[in-house]
Design a protein. Structure first.
Length: 212
């Protein structure tokens, strides 16, 4: 069942997970263009740096050079174009950290480069809630279940398909693709991944249509 929620409602749910002296990981998942990155940022900005920090799954994209070597460059964004084992190790390290431990450094994905960058964000040990978002947090294969097992909650974000596709086309165009290429990518490569992601919806703790 989909729960329609405002930013304030979701922030308060996240705030309940942010217990000083403890460490919890909140996952936000959904298909491309659903708004999971925007929601993650809204939660982090509302709670502030003393309570939370964001770590994206996209930092574990394989590089373009590796994708080319594997023959997967035309499927960038598919589940087998990520280092799921590396991501699971990171989530485990984050979940195990306690006040007094050194920070954990996580990679980030730079859209202007279309490449991951190592150690792009610091996760201080005394921050009680880490928000992580991505497409495959609930996938049942590979190392994804090991990552999910270390998350206190996972929220699945969904929006109507026409809204999602329009957002995707705009995003691809904003980062350098022509309008025609942006439309083809959003309705081709991205759309192939959607069915897999939607198949994981029932594993979420909360399915939400975020109203902003």
């Amino acid at each position: 069942m989909t729960h329609v929620a405002t930013t304030e409602e979701l922030v308060e749910r996240a705030r309940a997970l942010a217990v000083p002296g403890e460490r919890r990981v909140l996952g936000i998942v959904g298909p491309p263009g659903a708004g999971k990155s925007t929601l993650a940022r809204a939660v982090v900005e509302a709670l502030g740096p003393a309570l939370t920090v964001e770590v994206g799954m996209d930092g574990y994209h394989l590089s373009d050079a590796v994708l080319a070597d594997l023959g997967r460059a035309d499927r960038k964004g598919a589940i087998d174009t990520f280092d799921d084992a590396g991501y699971a190790v990171l989530v485990g390290r984050i979940a195990d950290a306690r006040p007094g431990d050194p920070p954990v450094y996580a990679p980030v994905f730079r859209r202007e480069l279309e490449e991951p960058v190592a150690a792009g964000v610091a996760v201080p040990a005394d921050v009680p809630l880490v928000v992580t978002e991505g497409n495959y947090l609930l996938a049942p294969t590979g190392a994804w279940p090991a990552a999910r097992a270390r998350m206190a909650e996972v929220w699945y974000v969904e929006v109507p398909d026409d809204v999602r596709l329009a957002r995707l086309e705009d995003r691809h165009h904003a980062f350098g693709k022509s309008r025609d290429d942006a439309r083809r990518w959003a309705r081709g490569s991205d759309q192939v991944n959607v069915a897999l992601i939607e198949g994981t919806r029932d594993r979420a703790d909360l399915v939400v249509r975020w109203t902003g």
